[in-house]
Design a protein around this ligand. Structure first.
Ligand code: NDP
Length: 294
């Protein structure tokens, strides 16, 4: 059996188109343009690339993009001061502080400083707390896990009653993913680096989410036949046939896994495009919240 490929590029484009239309409607009806402020601290090339992609996507969808760049040696007070300024700016609906921050900065304090209603990354502890609690809903859900949920929905996979296994428990992917799946009534197992027999757990999964950062750790024989596999991992693997000397692979051994799984996301072209699309979705939502208070 060869798995059905979940096309994150197409689904991400669909989400972006929904946002583009909603932005156009908001402009026409209310003469209001959503705005996303990005905060980049330092010179990390990968972070600069991510911020650039986010800014370009904003422009494509009609969202105002406001870029702020601070030096690598910026102080805690400078970064938090900028966040507070953006909190008070009515032209800014969403604030995105690109992570990771340079090591001397207290990331938790910076994220705590973001106004809850502008927390489009969904990393504020109050939003995460609401995500964890029964009967509560966060204003914003972290973009990558929200994107994974949308991939499941678009693929006709209802987590209700299913066994879901998440490998990885980071604050930005694994943990919120687990909370979202349990909110959607899956029975959730979280695995991590101390899990004794990983394969024993992953083989139980109707829905398997890999968010590890370890190239092709999940082998074909670790997957339950017919399972839905969401591969969040983005890793560089040496490849002499490529000009840049490497290719991108996920945390799942795709070639083997696609012979066992029922549905699977590729890398690239799976979860990746969803992260930016959901950021745009969250920014639009932030603009709706702001507009509803005018
Ligand atoms: P982190 O490094 O923060 O977390 C990795 C998690 O994997 C940890 O919980 C760790 O366990 C667990 N882990 C490590 N080794 C093992 C192992 N051998 N067996 C089981 N679990 C293990 O990574 P992130 O969550 O930030 O990212 C995960 C991957 O997703 C990365 O490849 C990243 O590049 C990618 N990513 C992709 C995005 C996209 O848009 N496509 C967005 C964000 C991330 P422990 O907690 O015990 O240390």
């Amino acid at each position: 059996m060869t798995a059905q490929i979940i096309d994150g590029t197409a689904i991400g484009a669909k989400v972006q188109e929904e946002v583009r239309q909603a932005v156009a409607e908001m402009k026409e009806k209310y003469n209001y343009t959503p705005g996303l402020a990005t905060v980049l601290v330092g010179e990390d090339p990968a972070s600069a690339t991510y911020v650039g992609m986010k800014q370009r996507t904003c422009e494509k969808l009609g969202i105002r993009s406001i870029g702020h760049k601070l030096e690598a040696d910026a102080t805690q007070e400078e970064v938090e001061g900028l966040v507070r300024k953006l909190n008070a700016d009515p032209n800014v609906n969403g604030i995105l502080v690109q992570l990771p921050l340079p090591k001397h900065l207290n990331e938790e304090a910076v994220l705590n400083a973001i106004d809850l209603e502008k927390d489009v990354d969904g990393f504020h502890p109050v939003n995460i707390g609401r995500l964890a609690m029964k009967g509560r809903n966060p204003l914003f859900v972290p973009c990558t896990p929200a994107g994974c949920m949308r991939l499941l929905e678009e693929s006709g996979v209802d987590p209700n009653g299913k066994e879901a296994v998440i490998v990885g428990r980071s604050n930005i992917v694994g943990l919120p993913m687990a909370m979202l799946l349990q909110k959607a009534n899956a029975t959730v197992t979280i695995c991590h680096s101390r899990t004794k027999d990983l394969a024993e757990h992953t083989r139980q999964a109707d829905i398997l989410v890999a968010a590890i950062g370890w190239a092709e750790l999940i082998k074909g024989d670790m997957i339950k036949p017919g399972a839905t596999v969401i591969d969040v991992g983005t890793n560089q693997k040496e490849d002499a046939t490529k000009k840049r000397g490497y290719r991108l692979v996920g945390d799942v051994d795709f070639e083997a896994a696609k012979e066992v799984a029922g549905q699977i996301t590729p890398v690239p072209g799976g979860v990746g495009p969803m992260t930016i699309a959901m950021l745009m979705h969250n920014t639009m939502r932030a603009a709706q919240i702001a507009l509803s208070k005018k």
